[in-house]
Every structure is written in C-alpha cells, then in structure tokens.
Design a protein around this ligand. Structure first.
Ligand SMILES: [Zn+2]
Ligand SMILES: [Zn+2]
Length: 352
C-alpha cells in the first residue's frame, strides 16, 4: 500500500500545507463517501492517503522514504494496517463539522435520538455459540412512505423561504469577546435549504412515524453475562433533525447446572466409581456440543482434571475454542460385599 502516491490520490502538490491537504481530503471524501453513492474502494484510498499526509510524523516519514519504497519499510508501520472501519466514524465527525455550517470554530454536535436499552435472556449454550434474537420494538422510526425525507412521493422540492435556501440562519450573539456571528440550522428545512412542495401524508413532513418494528440482532459467540451488544442507528429516530440513537441489548445468560465458565474454559464435573477410577474406563460426558466419550486413565484420583480439547468457548481474538475441564469426583462405596473386601484388603497389604 505504501507504494501508492498519496499526494496524487489527494490531488495536491508535494509542497501542500496542512490546510490544503485537509481541504482536499474533505472534498474527495465527500465525493466518494459510500453513503452518498461513492465507491468504497476509492473512499478507502482517499482515507488511507489522509491518514498519512494528514499526520505530521507519518507524512515526514513518507516523504523521506519516498512513494516507491516497499510497504514493510516503515518503522511506524502505517502502510499495512489495512482499512479501519472506525475511520468511518471519525469521518462522520468531520462531516458533521463540515456540513454543519463550516466557517471554522467548534460546532455543536448534531442532535441524536434516544438510545433504547432492551434486556435479553439467552441460554448458556446460546452464549457459547452465538444466537440471532428477534427484538420487538415500539419506537420512532424513519417514515417508509417518504423514506424520511418528509415529502409526499413524487412531490418536488422548493427553496426554503425561511433561510432562502442556505440551510441556516444567522444571529449576532454578545460574548465576553465581543459580538459573534452564530449560525443556527434552519428550523423550517432542518439545514437542507429546501422543502418538499407537498408534505408526506403519513408523517406530516417530520420524516418519522411511531411504529412497531422487529429487529433481528446477531449476538456473537462467546458473550458473557452483563455484556452489551450495540446496534447502531436502531434507537429512536428524530428524522431530519439528526442521527437516530442506538439500540443496546443487555445480555443475561441463564446458568446451566452442568457447566461453569471461566474465560474460554468450561468446567464440569463427572462422578465415577471407585473401580472406574482405579482401573480406568470410558465414560460419557456432557459438553455444549452434546455427549462425548472420554477416557479415564487407570489410577485416576478424586479432583483430577481431564481436558477435552476445543469444547470450550470461542476466545476473543483467535476465534479458536477453549477447552472443557472435567473434574473427577470419585465416589467411594459405603457398602462393600465380603468378596470385594477381601480383594481390597489383599491389595492394601501389597501396597504397604
Ligand atoms: Zn430553511
Ligand atoms: Zn413520511
């Protein structure tokens, strides 16, 4: 990746200053943003170029080693990092301040709808393997008739009278530093600068409706009790006034009397007879995958731990499953018939 010419990608001179680079990036990112119909490949490339040129240190390293240098040559290792999806989030912020009225200075964060929190109970086994849950919600959602745009389908858009199409209104505010011009998003058109000629008959122009909606949430394998799963944008919608909130699923995992979990390891116990412990045997053991046959070696002691490979829980990074540890509970007989007694006594004599 490092052999790409980042200056060319951003369309700036090698001598470009920070501001010029930033401006070029914003323009291109806007053009190629996937949400706005752009190509994701191109968008990533622009983003990648800006990750380097927009950072003083990385840029100087890049300048030093030149664009033709191999991807491994950088001690900072920015070249091979691949695309980080969280960058989309950062871009959202950049766009927020970019479209929010510009003009420099700090921008008020765009309003967001409320988050929704829902409790979900799942079985121990579901927590090990992951599960899809249908979550019924009754909430403010984007109006389907107008796709949230507030206009009756087929209705044309016209310039907003209140802001004359600018999308914002200006007011003068007195502060300790003197009078400051402040821009407010236009209330009439919510910053769009235009309004539909005919408002949507379902939502009356707000772009939102209260509706029941069932959302399928995929809960990944290996979750633990008390964890949360976030579904972006499935909270309350506030239509054109801002971003929808998020949906949070609070996970509750029912306990299973057969299993206990510690990280990626599952613990269980197995009762075995005194003779099985002494002579060894094959026994059936419950696992989350079903019943398996396990070999007990001769001379097994009470409390010995036998390992079943790969019968545990997926561990975060590797994606591999941990093990199940089966703790042996040797049951010593309380009643012994005469013949067994004699044999045991004989064995006891040999041992001592
Ligand atoms: Zn307006
Ligand atoms: Zn509508």
């Amino acid at each position: 990746m490092a052999e790409k010419d980042y200056y060319k990608i951003l369309g700036v001179e090698k001598s470009a200053n920070e501001d010029e680079i930033k401006r070029a990036f914003r323009k291109l990112a806007h053009e190629h943003h996937p949400d706005k119909g752009g190509k994701e490949e191109k968008f990533k490339e622009v983003n990648e170029a800006y990750q380097v040129l927009g950072d003083k240190e990385k840029r100087s390293r890049y300048d030093q080693f030149g664009s033709a240098d191999g991807p491994q040559g950088f001690p900072g290792g920015f070249g091979g990092a691949g695309f980080d999806p969280s960058q989309f989030g950062d871009l959202g912020d950049i766009f927020g301040s970019f479209f929010g009225g510009g003009g420099g200075g700090r921008q008020r964060a765009r309003p967001r709808g409320e988050d929704i929190h829902v409790d979900t109970t799942m079985s121990f086994k579901e927590s090990v393997f992951g599960v899809s849950k249908d979550v019924p919600l009754s909430k403010q959602s984007t109006c389907e008739r107008c796709a949230g745009n507030g206009g009756e389908p087929g209705s044309k858009m016209k310039t907003c009278d209140a802001c004359k199409g600018k999308g914002f209104t200006t007011a003068t505010q007195r502060t300790i530093l003197g009078s400051v011009q402040v821009r407010h998003e236009c209330n009439e058109c919510h910053g769009r600068g235009e309004k539909p000629e005919k408002v949507c008959t379902t939502c009356h122009g707000s772009g939102i409706v209260h509706a029941r909606k069932t959302i399928r949430v995929d809960i990944p394998a290996g979750v633990e009790d008390g964890m949360q799963v976030r579904v972006r944008g499935e909270g309350e919608s506030i239509g054109m006034q801002g971003e929808p909130g998020d949906l949070y699923l609070n996970l509750h995992i029912s306990s299973d009397p057969r299993f206990e979990r510690e990280g990626s390891t599952i613990y269980s116990s197995k009762k075995i007879g005194f003779t099985q412990a002494a002579l060894g045997d094959s026994v059936e053991v419950d696992t989350v995958d079903g019943v398996v046959t396990m070999k007990i070696p001769p001379g097994t002691q009470n409390g010995d731990e036998l390992r079943l490979k790969g019968k545990g829980v997926v561990s975060g990074r590797s994606g591999n499953r941990g093990d199940q540890i089966v703790v042996m509970k040797v049951i010593t007989p309380t009643k012994i018939d005469r013949k067994t007694r004699e044999l045991l006594e004989e064995a006891n004599l040999r041992e001592s």
